[in-house]
Write a protein that binds this ligand. Structure first.
Ligand code: NOJ
Length: 750
């Protein structure tokens, strides 16, 4: 029997890293104490103005000459948004050779899901449930970006998001804390490397904290998270990333319960530094310090600069509040010198750890060969394949047989939209290197492919479908690519309606009416409400925005060279009115009990009650697709699910064994998921929580017995007494292919 210790392995991995990377020992520049001694030596030589200069981050956008003087005077610690290696070398040369102390710059960029080679958006990466592949992708991003001199990325975004209206849901790992934490570790390991060396790009975990809970799913909006929600749901991914060695962190734009994060001493000091043990650099979000004035949390830039630095911010991104006011605030005694020193230590340390003092320059020639390397494109394609979720496959509509396929109609506004399939935050991805589905299909099937877009862009309202319907009638199969362009998700790009925009649903209806086989692929930045579109297709693949290699990946999936294995990293809703609906909700006092929906009941005048449980009269209590869901071309069967014991102590490790059989005709991967419910607590507990998963490859017909493990301390939570612990009592555990399947086993913790 093969043993797989998911959580244990992850815990051990985390521990190894904690003793090494977290303690900086893995850096090639020297031991912890050597690094600290260098920090102190440099600090002791700096004037107050030079220290404050290090705390200032500015955005590029002009010519080197525009910043040269500020660099010479030591007024800039970091620059974001410069990616030209020639310019970066020059900026470094001025800083190193022409400033008094020769401190190199930290060059930053939003490398969110790839640099030049763009991977699926983070929500798509989460759908892979494959931390090893996600780490590989982040490593590719680091290799490409660092070769051009970018040594700091503002990623990963760890904001739990339970509201698909929020455009930035695209940038995170979805609704689940445990999945988010595993993705967080993977990305930190990938960006920084297991050792800090010249290919390390410092990770920046963001946005600290609670930003994803913006009221109404409207970006930048206030949040009202209780401390218990913060601790149980929103903080664990940050904790995991800190343990994995994340070197930097960004404060968030939102105010939670009235306190903007950039001025929140409780979260930035008590929680982050004292409890989580974070010893890296804290940067604001873009002007989030200045925006504390708009929030009404400070009178002016000087006031909020004092509040931010005292709360624990080390570096100011684009408010210019530190550079303009800190000297004066220190002279007046409003801010202590020691506060400035601590901030500067955090900035110098990361520059030393990254080896920037030893080698601030990059080899411009060599950097060219690193971009879009074949291995990078291959990793991007595999990631796009694993991230696609098969939501419907009636009568085995997919895969298509490449050998016998006749005429193929390719249609829809996303079939050939190279920029849009890259998704949000893909600044450096280039259209010319992006392979669309149309390009991939033409390359493979040549003249068999007919392309009639039907709609030129997704939001197009008025359209006649005569041409595309005529083409569908001529075709053997219709491949429709719908969804939303990159611009419809991401920062500030929120929606209040999640149906397919424009006339896309009408296009699908018209295609389906031809009686031809219609295969729909959705490219989108969020889970859209595609219930009615499911009726108008034979099969649907949900690919999010799949990146540079999205075209070949989708073509491989449609023609069976790859088998879909992605699982929903977030609940898919029937209608936007169900928001927020997430699988790990608490149990109400009146759980839904299969009451009928309004449409199935004769409503009589004067009727006073239709039932008294928790559901919507029109859409019920269930989503369109639950968390963790995704079909395959094959079928999997779970059997013999058994726990090793019926009762555990808090220090035990639970072993659950099971047999998984691939009962279909295709070799395929299954994402096995372990969920736990704590039946009674000092506070009410979620109906289910993911506590482990493993992606397994099984050949057609193969049957395998396995054991997964969950340490009991993974079941700890912050209870009524404000402490984190495992509360003894009765629990249930599921092993299944999604969050809504399987039968529970019972166990106790004593
Ligand atoms: C604002 C965004 O909120 C943040 O995520 C990003 O890293 C910064 N801008 C820098 O571009």
């Amino acid at each position: 029997m093969k043993e797989i210790r998911i959580s244990l392995l992850l815990t051990l991995g985390g521990l190894l890293l904690l003793t090494s990377c977290g303690g900086h020992k893995l850096s090639t520049v020297g031991s912890d104490s050597e690094v600290e001694a260098r920090v102190e030596r440099l600090l002791s030589r700096m004037t107050l103005a030079e220290k404050i200069g290090q705390m200032n981050q500015i955005s590029a956008g002009g010519e080197v000459a525009d910043y040269a003087e500020a660099l010479r005077k030591g007024q800039v610690g970091s620059i974001l948004n410069e990616v030209d290696p020639v310019k970066i070398n020059e900026l470094q040369r001025i800083s190193v050779e022409e400033s008094r102390l020769g401190i190199p710059l930290l060059v930053a960029r939003d490398v969110i899901h790839g640099f030049h080679t763009v991977f699926p958006i983070p929500l798509g990466l989460a759908a892979t449930f494959d931390p090893a592949l996600v780490e590989e992708g982040a490593r590719v991003a680091a290799l490409e970006a660092t070769s051009q001199g970018v040594r700091w990325t503002f990623s990963p975004m760890l904001d739990i998001a339970r509201d698909p209206r929020w455009g930035r849901i695209a940038e995170g790992s979805g609704e689940d804390t445990w999945l988010d934490a595993r993705m967080a570790e993977a990305m930190v390991y990938g960006y920084q490397g297991r050792d800090l060396d010249s290919t390390s790009m410092a990770a920046c975990i963001k946005h600290f904290v609670g930003y994803g809970a913006a009221e109404g799913g409207r970006d930048y909006n206030s949040t009202f998270l209780t401390e218990r929600q913060l601790r149980n749901i929103y903080l664990p991914p940050f904790e995991a990333a800190v343990k994995a060695g994340a070197q930097t962190l960004m404060t968030s734009f939102n105010d939670n319960d009235g306190v903007p994060s950039t001025g929140n001493t409780f979260v930035l000091k008590d929680v982050l530094r004292d409890e989580l043990g974070f010893d890296g650099l804290v940067v604001t979000d873009w002007n989030s310090m200045g925006e504390m004035v708009s929030h009404g949390f400070g009178t002016d830039r000087k006031d909020v600069a004092a509040k931010a630095v005292k709360a624990g911010v080390d570096m100011d991104m684009m408010t210019f509040g530190f550079i303009s006011h800190l000297e004066e605030l220190v002279s007046s005694g409003a801010v202590k010198r020691s506060v400035i020193d601590d901030a500067v230590r955090n900035i110098l340390r990361i520059k030393i750890l990254l080896g920037l003092f030893e080698n601030p320059y990059v080899d411009v020639e060599a950097s060219r060969a690193v971009q879009y390397a074949p291995a990078h494109l291959d990793a991007a394609r595999r990631s796009a394949e694993e991230s696609a979720i098969l939501l419907k496959n009636d009568a085995g509509a997919l895969p298509l047989d490449a050998g016998s396929v006749g005429r193929i109609l390719v249609t829809g506004p996303l079939a050939d939209a190279p920029h849009d399939q890259l998704g949000t935050w893909a600044f450096d991805g280039e259209k010319t290197h992006t392979v669309t589905p149309l390009a991939a299909l033409r390359e493979r099937f040549g003249a068999k492919v007919e392309y009639v877009p039907g709609l030129t862009y997704s939001r197009q309202e008025r359209a006649r479908f005569d041409d595309v319907v005529a083409a569908a009638r001529r075709a053997d199969v219709v491949l429709a690519f719908v969804g939303e362009e990159a611009i419809l998700s991401g920062e500030a790009h929120c929606l209040s309606d999640l149906d397919l925009v424009g006339s896309q649903s009408a296009l699908l209806e018209a295609l389906k009416a031809t009686g031809k086989k219609v295969i729909v692929t959705v490219f989108a930045g969020r889970p859209l409400t595609i219930g009615r579109d499911l009726q108008n297709c034979d099969a649907m693949l949900y690919s999010f925005h799949p990146g540079t290699m999205g075209g070949p990946a989708v073509a491989n999936l449609i023609f069976g060279d790859a088998v879909p294995s992605g699982k929903t990293p977030i609940t898919f809703l029937k209608t936007v009115g169900q928001v927020p609906m997430y699988y790990n909700h608490n149990m109400t006092g009146r759980p839904y009990n299969n009451e009928r929906l309004m449409k199935d009941i004769e409503l009589e005048a004067g009727q006073t009650s239709l039932g008294n449980t928790s559901y919507y009269l029109d859409s019920g209590a269930s989503p369109l697709f639950p968390f963790g869901y995704g079909l395959s071309y094959t079928s999997f069967e779970y059997s013999d699910i058994k726990l090793d014991k019926s009762s555990y102590s808090p220090s035990d490790v639970i072993s659950v064994s099971f047999t998984l059989a691939n009962t279909g005709k295709y070799d395929a991967d299954e994402v096995v998921q372990v969920y736990v419910r704590d039946l009674v607590g000092s506070v009410t507990r979620p109906v289910k929580e993911l506590k482990g998963f493993e992606r397994l490859s099984l050949r057609a017909g193969e049957k395998r017995s396995m054991t997964l493990t969950v340490p009991v301390d993974e079941l700890a939570f912050w209870g009524l007494d404000g402490k984190k612990k495992v509360e003894p009592g009765d629990f249930q555990l599921w092993v299944a292919g999604d969050s809504a399947s399987g039968a529970p086993l019972s166990f106790k913790v004593q």
